[in-house]
Design a protein around this ligand. Sequence first.
Ligand code: ADP
Length: 437
Amino acid sequence: MTVTSPNSGFAPWPDRLRRAAIILIATALGLTAAVVFGGLTLPQAGLIFLVIAGAALVPWHLHQSVPTSEDMIGARPAETPVVQALVGGMPDAAVLLDRAGRVLHFNTAAGQLAPALRKNELALFALRSPEIIAALREAIATRQQQRASYVDHVPIDRWMELIVTPVSLPTAFGGSEYCILMTFHDQTPLRRVEEMRADFVANASHELRTPLAALSGFIDTLQGPAREDPKARERFLGIMHAQATRMARLIDDLLSLSRVELSAHVRPEKLVDVVPLVRQVVDGLEPLASERQVAIEIDLPEAPVLIAGDTEELLRVFENLIENGLKYGASGRRVVVSLSEPAPDDAAGEVRLAVRDFGPGIPPEHLPRLTERFYRVDAGDSRAQGGTGLGLSLVRHILIRHRGRLLIESVFGHGATFTACFPATKTAVTDKAAAKE
Ligand code: ADP
């Protein structure tokens, strides 16, 4: 395709001179023959020559002000470099077509989306999805904007939205040129978020429904067959209590998760000493440890270990990790909780709380997914332990808010180590360095 500026839309000068010269030479030859053989007088021949020369000059002049249809194509506004630059600069994939559906311009994103696109060829050759074809035909027929959604399967599934907009571009001669702008928007990220939201709602309602169904089942039994059976009543009430506790915990976890997500961008600033927090959590979990016959060993520095953090959220992190060690690693009979801090002058170092158990460990294929909401290695085991499947997800979000990270290491069959890492605060490092001097 050639792109010409609107002012250059006339036949080139050498062409015009050549045409005029040919006419004049042919006229001169014809008149000479007429004078020699036909009896035409010289003044008559001179007059005829002047008339024809004048006539040859008139279209010559008109040529400069009235472009031919060929010239007009070069002057089409849709083909100007400005329009080409606009299409090229659009952030989404964009293709500009003429009214017949032929490609005038397309940008790099469109080229990647449809590698078969070629200038001056019909767009439909390259964009074969029925939704695109229908939208394009409709837009050409009605001159109304059309939208279409379709799934692009190559190279991976992508959910696309297409907007076909008829555009009228003013020409240099007061008219307008009608063309069609197609823009493609990748809706895949939005779609994924929407799927995650739907999954989340489905999971949360399923998790709530299960204990609720158990509760109403036991209520029915207590009102009916077990009404006069004090032993059964005692046992059922115990189960109902456990189910109600699980529901309350699930709701607690859900609320905590959304609270942490809402405040994810606000990093806690208050300096907190982690040592007493770890002790507090370990003390609180002693009853569970003795019930599971697990010994908790702690290895904590004597001096305070300060990090910028939110006390309640830090307690949730430590509680989740240690409780998981007690629940899922109980068969190892030991859980080791250790707190380490970076060297006094290491400002980029981390404060790390590691919880190591000696239970069955976690198969490697599960490790990357453990912090997903409701993800469990063994859902039945987790539910039996009163788990919600939200604990590690909450831990991860709290650590993100604290600009920290969670490390999970496990050799299947040999226990697991979960390490919560927090950036050491500059103040804490400086204080420590000063204290050591
Ligand atoms: P839950 O409420 O089920 O405990 P979590 O998010 O805390 O949810 O943990 C997710 C899953 O990770 C658990 O269901 C369990 O399968 C696995 N898991 C967590 N900690 C351990 C551990 N120390 N040893 C083995 N598996 C673990």
